[in-house]
Design a protein around this ligand. Sequence first.
Ligand code: SF4
Length: 76
Amino acid sequence: AQAKVDEKDPQAAALGYAADTAKVDAKKYPKHAAAQTCSNCALYQGKPADATGACPLFAGKVVAAKGWCSAWAKKA
Ligand code: SF4
């Protein structure tokens, strides 16, 4: 299995990635909404049943299905 993205990785910190969307800092990211998760982000590559999946912004690692980052974009 591929390694999960660590919230403290420089790329993760730069994007405000959180492994749990419920723990995103609302003051820092006012556009964040609790319903936004990696699993419903346009960039997420995981299957619906998986707890983690690939994201092109984090090459070689996986993000949490219930995670979030500031590059979140609604899945079409
Ligand atoms: Fe998750 Fe989307 Fe951010 Fe990738 S771009 S970490 S899938 S919210």
